[in-house]
Each structure stands twice: as structure tokens, then as C-alpha cells.
Design a protein around this ligand. Sequence first.
Ligand code: G4P
Length: 283
Amino acid sequence: ATIQWFPGHMAKAIRQLEENLHVVDIVFELVDARIPDASRNPEIERLIKDKPHLMILTKSDLADPAQTKNWIAHFKAMGLPAIAVDSKANITTKTVTKIAQSILGDKLAAEQQKGLKERPIRAITVGIPNVGKSTLLNRLVNKRVAQVGDTPGVTKGQQWLRSSSKLSLLDTPGILWPKFEDEETGQKLALTGAIKDKRFASDDVALFALHFFRETYPEALPERYKLSDADLDLSDVDLLLAITKKIGMKDDYDRASERLIQDTRKAKLGRYTLDRMDGDRND
Ligand code: G4P
């Protein structure tokens, strides 16, 4: 479920993030590796100001590896350390701890020089709904944490969860709203499952997907839906109709659209990145 973000929800999310920033050393900002731009909260830089900051590209198992590499290079070139994770695999704790330590190196060293006791780094995960905050948190602390809702909740009674002797995380992630900038951003969010309500008609999202895959990954559709060369000359709309017949749904192209969206979300059309990042731009 995804809620509409009213101004009241946004104000509450901001307030909560501001409170939490006082108690953490570093912010883990999560974006979806398939849409590193569309899944970024539009205000994030302004909200977290100069707080040390690690960008974590989630669901990298679903994204195009070459594009993920370009995005990481891009963020690094902007002065923002970045890593990609697959929270369903078993890798992240050590890597994340190490990077957090290297980002905070000077601050931690200064504390110890002042004679303060060594302590775990305190971090919070922040991002839009469905970006993978709970999944990553569970992976990092190695236990099941209560699922968070889509709206900012009460901050009272927050706890620190121990990831390792060197890293602790706030048990409640920071939930921020997605971009509502334009139709295309919305369709990217809908196609990847960041937005699951019916704000976007499934046939529009399916046509967006068709068009994208034809242009960017031309093998994907023919392989998945056994399309002929003649099919590939069709317009997007006619191709959607052809696929509807191919998968045995006659003329029910609403259902076929849903199928195409589900197939895309599960990477059954292959791994893909909707937000494109040119490899050479920042080298
Ligand atoms: P949130 O707390 O930020 O709202 O997100 P959450 O962790 O609940 O994750 C949303 C969905 O994304 C979950 O799927 C979760 O399994 C999936 N997910 C999170 N991280 C990864 C990852 O690194 N790789 C892959 N492949 N999937 C990931 P779900 O519970 O099945 O829900 P849905 O599929 O119906 O959205």
C-alpha cells in the first residue's frame, strides 16, 4: 500500500528526520538501483545538510550491473560515497560497517583522542516507501524487525539495534516521500513497485515499459514473449495487443498489462535500469 503524501505527512516526516539527525553519526540514504534518480527524495540533500552520508543502491540484483557501476561512479564524483547491495543475499554487514567507519574516520579518531570510549557508529536508514529499508535493516541487524508502515510514525521509544560491535542502527527507518515531478518519474516509480496504488493506469505503465525495453534492451521482449520479427515492426499499442494474444489473454489487455508490469518488477525481462547514467560523463 502507498499513501498519498499530504503536506501534513511531509511536515511530520521532516520533523522526525530532524529529531533523528541529532542522535545519529551517519545517514544511510537508500535509493532503488533501477531508478537512482526517480527514487530519491527531492529534498534529501537539504534535509540532511552536512551530516555524513552514505548512498546505498538497493535491489542491485534486479538492476543492470553496468548502469549500477556508472551510478556509483556518478555519486562518488559528486562527493557522495555509494555502494550497491542485494539485501536478499548475505553480504552487507561487514561492507556497510567498513564504509561507515571510513566515512567517519576523522570524527571517531578525534573522539578517542579526547579520551572518549570507543563506541559503535550510530546510523539511520532513510528512503521512500518500498525502497528496501526494512529488508536492509533486518539484514544488517540479523533479526526480524517489525515492518514499518508507509507513513512516518511516532518517534517515541526508539531503540538502537546492534549490527556489529562497530555499528548500531535506529530501529525505525526515516520514511520520506517520492518525487511527484512529472508523468515519467511517476511511471518509473509505478513500474518498479515503489508506488502500488492505482494512481497510474496499468496500460499506461505497461506501454511505458514496452517502449523502454524496445529502445534500451531490444532482446528482452522477443525473448520473454516469443515475438517474431513482424511483431517488432508494430507500434507500441499494437505490440501490447500482440503480446496479450501471445500470453493467452485474448483481448484483455488490462490483465496483460498487469502481467507485463509484474514480469518487469521480478526482472523476468532481465535486469534493467530505468534511470540511465552515461559511463564516461564523470570520469
Ligand atoms: P521499505 O521498508 O523501504 O518500505 O521496503 P521493504 O524492506 O519492505 O522492501 C520492499 C520490497 O522490496 C520487499 O518485497 C522486499 O523483499 C524487496 N526488497 C528489498 N530489498 C531488496 C533487494 O535487495 N533485492 C530484491 N530483489 N528485493 C528487495 P516484498 O515484501 O515481496 O514486497 P513486494 O514485492 O510486494 O513489494
